[in-house]
Design a protein around this ligand. Structure first.
Ligand code: FPP
Length: 267
């Protein structure tokens, strides 16, 4: 049997183990290990980021095929600005080029794309393509792809606190009315259910300032595989592992999956 056939058979076997009724609706991913992958191969780190893009494309296809509805990926954190200028510039250029080249296909696949984070420091050409991509895909209802750029979980929470404090000072709300629901409604992810599953690649066991509020009850799956080597098979392993968990949310009974929200796809 050829190597391709063996890999295909293995994936096929794994997909048979998936319970279609218990597929997570929202999966968040920390795509880690691009640099290490390249360095191990004696290549510049940029090669790892390039390969990372093709892996992301594969994972979007697989998660969509499985029946997931939302994928939220961490593409650039507020801390990533501390990398050498050359790498930051490379990543900004990569986001711009990928969007230019892929947006038509994304749109044809009826994927809605949304950028989460503070876009202010990015160059105008990137901001322009981000806004036009969001606008082009805003009515798509098949799948939601959230790309977190210049995103930090603490910064997001502080911003919500500031907004609520201002509303309170202006008399729009009373301090006693501040609750989880109101807080949720001011988050960058407002209207979207929290991820049931967080996947982090490259064996690191940290949340790294990603979706701090939203991940409160998410199941965490750490894959030892570096992001450029992650693939359908590894994703299926994460889903199978997730399906073996008993989600009790602090109680003693296992609770069913949350229900799908139409509001994800409201423009
Ligand atoms: C983490 O690996 C990866 C990043 C900081 C960038 C991730 C970006 C992509 C995969 C491209 C996505 C493109 C679009 C358009 C969304 P690392 O550099 O931290 O690796 P290391 O930990 O081995 O150094």
């Amino acid at each position: 049997m050829s190597l391709e056939k063996i890999i295909y058979k293995k994936n096929n076997d794994l997909s048979k183990k998936i319970d279609k009724q218990k597929v997570p609706e929202h999966v968040a991913i920390i795509m880690d290990g691009n640099g290490r992958w390249a360095t191990k191969k004696g290549l510049p780190r940029s090669f790892g980021h390039n390969k990372g893009v093709s892996v992301l494309k594969e994972i979007i296809k697989v998660s969509k095929k499985l029946g997931c509805k939302v994928l939220t990926v961490y593409a650039f954190s507020t801390e990533n600005w501390t990398r050498p200028t050359k790498e930051v510039d490379f990543l900004i250029n990569l986001f711009t080029e990928v969007l230019k080249n892929e947006i038509e296909e994304i749109h044809q696949e009826l994927i809605k794309i949304k950028f989460i984070g503070d876009l202010t420091p990015f160059p105008e050409n990137l901001k322009k393509i981000i806004f036009s991509s969001e606008s082009l895909t805003k009515n798509n209802k098949n799948f939601l792809l959230n790309i977190c750029v210049n995103y930090g979980g603490r910064q997001e929470i502080v911003k919500v606190a500031q907004k609520l404090a201002l509303k309170s000072i202006s008399g729009e709300i009373k301090p006693s009315e501040v609750n989880e629901e109101l807080f949720n409604s001011e988050l960058l992810t407002q209207g979207i259910n929290d991820p049931e599953l967080l996947i982090r690649t490259s064996g690191e066991k940290r949340i790294s300032n990603f979706l701090l509020w939203q991940l409160a009850y998410s199941e965490i799956y750490i894959s030892e595989v570096l992001w450029p080597d992650f693939n359908e098979n590894e994703f299926l392993k994460a889903i199978i592992d997730y399906q073996s968990r008993n989600r009790r949310f602090g109680g003693i009974e296992s609770l069913p999956n949350q229900s799908f929200k139409d509001s994800y796809f409201s423009p």
